[in-house]
Write a protein that binds this ligand. Structure first.
Ligand SMILES: O=P(O)(O)OC[C@H]1O[C@H](OP(=O)(O)OP(=O)(O)O)[C@H](O)[C@@H]1O
Ligand SMILES: O=c1cc[nH]c(=O)[nH]1
Ligand SMILES: [Mg+2]
Length: 213
C-alpha cells in the first residue's frame, strides 16, 4: 500500500460517496454525469475553501446591528485544466460567482502519458490571488503537476488542487513535485492500468462530460 501524504484530503461524507458512486456507473447518462459533477463540485468547493480568511463587518438585521464576517483580501482564482476541468468549474462558480477564472489547456499523450500544453490564459493579477486548480481526474499526476508548474511561474504562492478521483500514483507524483499544494478529492482508487486509466475509476471524464465517445 502506497503511503499517502498529509496534504491529501479525501471527502468521506455520505452525500459525496453516494453521488460519486452514481457518477462512476456506466449506465449514468451524459446529463446525469454533468449534474452529479456539478453537485460534487459544490461539495468539494466547500471543503477546498475552508481556510479562506474572513474579516468582521457590521451589518443591520431587521432587529438590530451586529458584527458578521465576510471574506477578506483578494478574491479567488479558479484554474480549469481543459477540457474536463470545465465540468467542475461550473459548480465552483455557482458557489463563488465573483471568482476570476484561468484556463490551462493540456491533453495526455496516449503513448507517453506526458501532458502536452496547447493553451494558457490566466488573469493579469493572478500572482495576488489564491488559486484552486480543478480537473476531475488525477491519474499519473503529469497534467496537474505541469499545470501547477505554469501557474507558479506566474507568481502564484497558494494553490489547492481539487479532483473527483485520484490514483495513488498521481497523489504521490503531485505531492513530490508540489509538496505545498493541498489535494482535495472524493476518493483514492486502487491504481492505474497499463493505459494510465484510474481503476476502478469512472472512465474518461472529458468524454463522459461532453458526450464525445
Ligand atoms: O494525471 P494524468 O495522467 O495527467 O491524467 C489526467 C488528465 O487526463 C484527463 O484529461 P485528457 O488528457 O483526457 O483531456 P480532456 O480533458 O480534453 O479529455 C483528465 O481530465 C486530466 O487532465
Ligand atoms: O481514468 C482516467 C485517467 C485519465 N483521464 C480520465 O479521464 N480518466
Ligand atoms: Mg479526456
Amino acid at each position: 500500500m502506497t503511503a499517502l501524504p498529509s496534504s491529501l484530503v479525501v471527502l468521506d461524507h455520505p452525500l459525496v460517496q453516494h453521488k460519486l458512486t452514481r457518477l462512476r456507473q456506466e449506465s449514468t447518462s451524459t446529463a446525469g454525469f454533468r449534474r452529479l459533477t456539478r453537485e460534487l463540485s459544490l461539495l468539494m468547493c466547500y471543503e477546498a475553501t475552508r481556510d479562506l480568511s474572513t474579516e468582521p463587518v457590521e451589518i443591520q438585521t431587521p432587529l438590530e446591528t451586529m458584527e458578521g464576517r465576510q471574506l477578506s483580501g483578494k478574491k479567488l482564482c479558479f484554474v480549469s485544466i481543459l477540457r474536463a476541468g470545465n465540468g467542475i468549474l461550473d459548480g465552483m462558480l455557482d458557489l463563488i460567482p465573483a471568482a476570476r477564472v484561468g484556463h490551462v489547456g493540456l491533453y495526455r499523450d496516449h503513448d507517453t502519458l506526458e501532458a502536452v500544453e496547447y493553451y494558457m490564459k490566466l488573469p493579469d493579477d493572478v500572482a495576488d490571488r489564491e488559486c484552486i486548480v480543478v480537473d476531475p481526474m488525477l491519474a499519473t499526476g503529469h497534467s496537474a503537476a505541469a499545470a501547477i508548474d505554469r501557474i507558479k511561474a506566474s507568481g502564484v504562492r497558494k494553490i489547492i488542487f481539487v479532483c473527483l478521483l485520484a490514483a495513488p500514483e498521481g497523489v504521490v507524483c503531485l505531492s513530490e513535485r508540489h509538496p505545498d499544494v493541498r489535494i482535495v478529492t472524493c476518493a483514492v482508487d486502487r491504481g492505474l492500468d497499463e493505459k494510465g486509466y484510474i481503476r476502478p475509476g469512472l472512465g474518461d471524464a472529458g468524454d463522459r462530460l461532453f458526450g464525445t465517445r
